[in-house]
Design a protein around this ligand. Structure first.
Ligand code: NDP
Length: 311
């Protein structure tokens, strides 16, 4: 009996992922789409993005669940998750794509682009003398796979770059702060705060009214992690009052962002539809295949997620 990998994702095309994985898996594993699985008993591996409730109950012999993405909040929150290793993607291209988006967001605020876009609608030559990068302080909340790369890219551009995580780490050009007590002080010094935290029981609604109040007047906020890390009404109020000068937002409490959300029209706000980074089949396939082979041969499974930490 050949081991089977079952694939489920609404947004990701099965055929593209199958074709990317085939050269790495060869004859060792059959790749089948959920709904067209020939023998559920043969399914030992699941490559999934937000499968429907009850999905895992259909595959009793699962030995590995691979989250088709970096954020695992939806997966670890489920009550039907089998007691097997859970892995996430840690794809270098995904990291570069995210770092590029975050750098764009930081530059957008650091170089006053919202200001010039607003002036352009008025046909106004609104000269504002640029600041040097080292005069702008950027705080990256979350220094994981994606956050660490983004922070070092920002630092490479010469920005005064700080980061926040639970554990200390050594990142070139980045001053790392740790623990809950450090957050208020960090928010108070940053001109731009970039949220790259996973959504967990410890980070839900972390950016609330008090957190936005702790930010510098005129600072900007970037969120590329999960909408629920932010108290959205508090963000709206911080923008509406002018306490924050703008925001670049890729993720929201409700997605798609409802048409009546005030965020659509607040000055200085850029809305993008949750695409700061995506999993890319060709660059992610080798690590997925390596983990599958590790399960088959008793090797070490990498990029495992901690159910206790939630990321
Ligand atoms: P990781 O899980 O690799 O890292 C999480 C980071 O957050 C770690 O540095 C961790 O600290 C830190 N952290 C977690 N909890 C706390 C806390 N309570 N206080 C302080 N720091 C904390 O995440 P990634 O960098 O890979 O990804 C970040 C998020 O980006 C994902 O969880 C996902 O939600 C989102 N994402 C968004 C995409 C988009 O298109 N918008 C695409 C892909 C991902 P430590 O290092 O000490 O453990």
């Amino acid at each position: 009996m050949t081991d089977t990998l079952v694939f489920y994702s609404e947004p990701d095309p099965f055929e593209v992922w199958r074709d990317a994985l085939l050269p790495h898996l060869g004859d060792h594993v059959r790749i089948e789409k959920a709904g067209a699985v020939t023998d559920p008993e043969a399914v030992r591996f699941a490559l999934v993005w937000m499968p429907p409730a009850g999905f895992f109950a259909g595959y009793r012999n699962l030995e590995l669940v691979i989250n088709l993405g970096a954020g695992v909040d939806r997966l670890v929150a489920r009550d039907d998750l089998p007691d097997v290793p859970i892995t996430r993607l840690s794809d270098p291209e995904m990291g570069r794509m995210m770092a590029g988006f975050v750098l764009f967001s930081v530059l957008r605020h650091a170089r006053d682009i919202p200001n010039f876009q607003a002036a352009q609608t008025r046909r106004e030559w609104a000269y504002k003398h640029p600041r040097g990068a080292s005069e702008t302080t950027v705080a990256v909340l979350g220094l994981g796979e994606l956050g660490a790369l983004a922070a070092t890219e920002i630092a490479r551009q010469g920005y005064d770059t700080h980061g926040w995580a639970t554990r200390p780490k050594d990142l070139e050009g980045v001053t790392v702060h740790t623990g809950d007590d450090a957050l208020g002080g960090l928010l108070a010094i940053a001109d731009i705060v970039v949220c790259m935290l996973p959504l967990t029981s410890g980070t839900g609604n972390l950016m609330d009214e008090a957190a936005f109040a702790a930010m510098k007047p005129g600072a900007a906020f970037v969120n590329v992690s999960r909408g629920a890390v932010v108290d959205e009404p508090a963000l709206v109020e911080a923008l509406r009052s002018g306490h924050l000068s703008g925001a670049t937002l890729d993720v929201f409490a409700a997605e798609p962002l409802p048409a009546d959300s005030p965020l659509w029209t607040l000055p200085g706000v850029l809305i993008t539809p949750h695409l700061a980074s995506v999993a890319l089949p060709k660059s992610a396939a080798p690590q997925i295949a390596a983990n599958i082979r590790a399960v088959q041969t008793g090797g070490e499974v990498i990029n495992q997620v901690s159910r206790v930490r939630g990321y």
